[in-house]
Design a protein around this ligand. Structure first.
Ligand SMILES: Cc1cc2nc3c(=O)[nH]c(=O)nc-3n(C[C@H](O)[C@H](O)[C@H](O)COP(=O)(O)OP(=O)(O)OC[C@H]3O[C@@H](n4cnc5c(N)ncnc54)[C@H](O)[C@@H]3O)c2cc1C
Length: 498
């Protein structure tokens, strides 16, 4: 956790509009990282929260437990997360591969000259321990006493209502003042927002405002009119039908499933007592009724009333305008295929805290907007890779994706891959450094989907044998791994220490 450093600039009081996961994470992070700030958060239970957004990336536990110093015991008790080690893609020509938070295709087993990705034409399983565990329904390696080793790059599945409830109590305890009220009017001024008028009659004023009002974008969009950069030209899905059922005897898997559907894809998120499914689809290609019919056909156990969520893929031209920063869905949204929204909220909250600690001046604002813009655009392009090369189904939607998806700023990376395959020189084709996914993220999908490349080159004698030997060692190491049910029992047992 970062120590007691106060904001140096003129920002003393911040008002956060919105109490979904974005507003709460932003408020909590600001209060922890800039303790001298006065932070008030106002939200309306009449409007409520979006209620989706249940898969995290590995950044989430690292931020909560590392930077913010939230006690693990407390978080596990209140938010009741299950572990997510990655995503299982039922996708591409291969039809089934795993993507985790570590390295597979860009890595080498000891002694190998070439990266493992070169040897994955037939089989891409067991390239590292995490993926080998996911394949076998396991979640963590065990230590000498047979206890799970809960460490490394793991993420969570968390029910949205439980996450919001837990973040509320953490934020309150950290000193964030929480208020219930409905925003009715915004007075703007030279510097952006001057004051906010609420249904209760209260008028609230602050030096700085965080717009975390979700897709309504009350401050950045409605009041300040900041432009929206649409990604609809490259990412074609715009709706999701969401539903689920109470778990009975299904194994509790430590991964999200992303499964190809006729006009989009379907997630499966594993909570301890509930299985959540959502079909993300493209409304020009399928009606809501047809999507619902396909969703229920694939998920006959759905027992909750399915609901349709509409969204627009894209981002604000600038997330920080005057004295307003938009965080969460108010800032942008790039469909949930890689569960990136909570990670973006964390990046945004951290960068904002750092900029405010430095005074929150014009230079900081420009840096912030540049960083956030690049991050959103990279996620757009990363998702584009998923759509462009998925050959699993031959429907109008998928043909359109293959033909029309633009790879944006990351097109050069594919051009080079097409020539050289999973080689180290790919790093020179990255448009900027550092980027979010490195080379590994792109290779996971290119090799995972068996996207062809031209030059195979000589493979040094012995490399394949070392590759197979490495995979055998991986399999041996995961033989004693535990599954999620065993790991949950362990952390709830008497005497357990994180
Ligand atoms: C289909 C779908 C699936 C998703 N899956 C994932 C996922 O797996 N992983 C992930 O990280 N993200 C996912 N997301 C994104 C997810 O929505 C966000 O991560 C997250 O929930 C942030 O929401 P938010 O706080 O910005 O907005 P919301 O939850 O909508 O919160 C908005 C807040 O603003 C308040 N508010 C709005 N207007 C007013 C007003 N006038 N007055 C007072 N208060 C107001 C509301 O009451 C509420 O408290 C998904 C999104 C969609 C659409």
């Amino acid at each position: 956790m970062i120590g007691d450093i106060d904001a140096r600039g003129s920002v003393r009081k911040v008002l956060v509009l919105g109490g979904g996961s974005a507003g709460l994470l932003a408020g909590l992070t600001l209060k922890r990282m800039v303790p001298g700030l006065e932070v008030e958060l106002v939200r309306s239970s009449e409007i409520g929260v979006i209620g989706v957004g249940e898969g995290t990336t590995a950044l989430f536990p690292a931020h909560l437990f590392g930077e913010l110093g939230i006690p693990k015991e407390r978080f596990y008790r209140e938010a009741e997360p299950t572990w997510k080690q990655g995503i299982r893609f039922l996708w591409g020509e291969r039809g089934d591969y795993f993507y985790d938070f570590g390295f597979q295709y860009d890595a080498k087993f000891p002694g190998m000259e070439r990266a493992a990705g070169y040897f994955c034409d037939e089989d891409c399983d067991d390239l590292n321990e995490t993926c080998a565990m996911m394949r076998r329904g396991k979640v963590f390696l065990t230590g000498p006493l047979g206890r799970p080793l809960i460490r490394g790059e793991y993420a969570f599945h968390i029910e949205n209502a439980k996450l919001v409830g837990c973040l509320e109590s953490l934020a309150r305890e950290a000193g964030v003042e929480l208020a219930e009220d409905l925003l009715e009017g915004v007075e703007t001024g030279e510097n952006g927002v001057a004051r906010l008028h609420f249904a209760s009659g209260a008028v609230r004023e602050a030096d700085f405002y965080v717009d975390a009002s979700g897709f309504r974008a009350e401050l950045i969009g409605k009041a300040l009119g900041e432009g929206f950069k649409s990604f609809e030209g490259g990412l074609f899905c715009d709706r999701a039908v969401v539903g689920g059922w109470e778990r009975t005897d299904e194994p509790l898997q430590a991964y999200t499933v992303a499964e190809t559907m006729d006009s989009g894809w379907c997630w499966k998120i594993e909570h301890e007592h509930y299985i959540n499914r959502g079909y993300v689809y493209s409304s020009p290609f399928v009606s809501d009724d047809e999507a619902l019919e396909e969703f229920l056909r694939c998920n006959p156990r759905v027992s909750s009333e399915p609901r349709v969520v509409r969204y627009r893929s894209g981002r604000r031209e600038r997330s920080w305008v005057g004295n307003v920063v938009a965080i969460g869905n108010a800032s942008g949204f790039v469909e949930p295929l890689e569960a990136t929204a909570l990670a973006q909220i964390i990046y945004a909250s951290k960068w904002l805290s750092l900029m405010l600690r430095e005074g929150g001046d014009e230079r900081g604002r420009e840096r912030y907007n540049d960083l956030m813009g690049k991050a959103w655009d990279e996620i757009r392009d990363f998702l584009a890779y998923h759509y462009k090369f998925n050959t699993l189904r031959d429907t109008a939607f998928w043909r359109h994706c293959r033909e029309e998806t633009s790879l944006g700023d990351f097109a050069g990376l594919y051009e080079m891959y097409r020539e050289v395959g999973p080689g180290p020189e790919l790093v020179t084709a990255l448009p900027f450094h550092p980027n979010i996914y490195g080379i590994e993220g792109y290779l996971a999908h290119l090799v995972g989907m068996r996207v062809p490349y031209r030059v195979r080159g000589e493979v040094r004698a012995g490399d394949r044998e070392m590759f197979e030997r490495g995979r055998r060692r991986v399999r041996a190491r995961v033989a004693a791994a535990v599954d999620s049910v065993e790991a949950l029992a362990a952390i709830r047992s008497e005497g357990w220490r994180f």
